[in-house]
Design a protein around this ligand. Structure first.
Ligand code: SF4
Ligand code: SF4
Length: 134
């Protein structure tokens, strides 16, 4: 079981990795919600981009991983353009994807039915596999 001190250490390590890989500072977020208001994918996310930022500030890595929000982000950059604090939110979401993939956790398994079926164009499947599997 994690003690309070080791938990704080894990949270700090998560935030510093996220900052290093994403090149963004989640602490700049003031929770205005502009990012969520303009996000075209928000209705497919369990938690909004604003909430992803909040959980990132709190270092809640396990909680973040329970939601698919950072997987369904289409990297359209609308949120980054509207952020009054200049945070490149898609870069943070990309960092969350990378950090998850580095732990060998895939969102799409290459052997899954989705990939072997012919419901989607091949180019879309290749793009999805590049983004969502390690
Ligand atoms: S980059 Fe991702 S989170 Fe930002 S608006 Fe586009 S889909 Fe939403
Ligand atoms: S737009 Fe920027 S400051 Fe506002 S909630 Fe989103 S990340 Fe935070």
């Amino acid at each position: 079981m994690l003690t309070k001190m080791s938990l704080q250490k894990a949270e700090k390590s998560f935030i510093s990795k996220l900052r290093e890989i994403g090149g963004q500072n989640p602490y700049l977020c003031m929770q205005c919600g502009n990012c969520s208001a303009v996000c075209p994918m928000v209705e497919h996310m369990e938690i909004s981009p604003r909430m992803v930022l909040r959980l990132s500030q709190l270092g809640m890595e396990d909680r973040l991983r329970k939601f698919k929000s950072f997987w369904v982000c289409s990297s359209c950059y609308s949120c980054g353009v509207q952020c009054p604090r200049g945070i490149k939110i898609p870069s943070l979401l990309e960092a969350l994807r990378l950090m998850t993939l580095r732990q060998n956790v895939n969102y799409i398994e290459p052997s899954s039915e989705v990939v072997s079926g012919d419901d989607y164009p091949q180019i879309a499947l290749v793009a999805a596999l590049r983004k969502m599997s390690s």
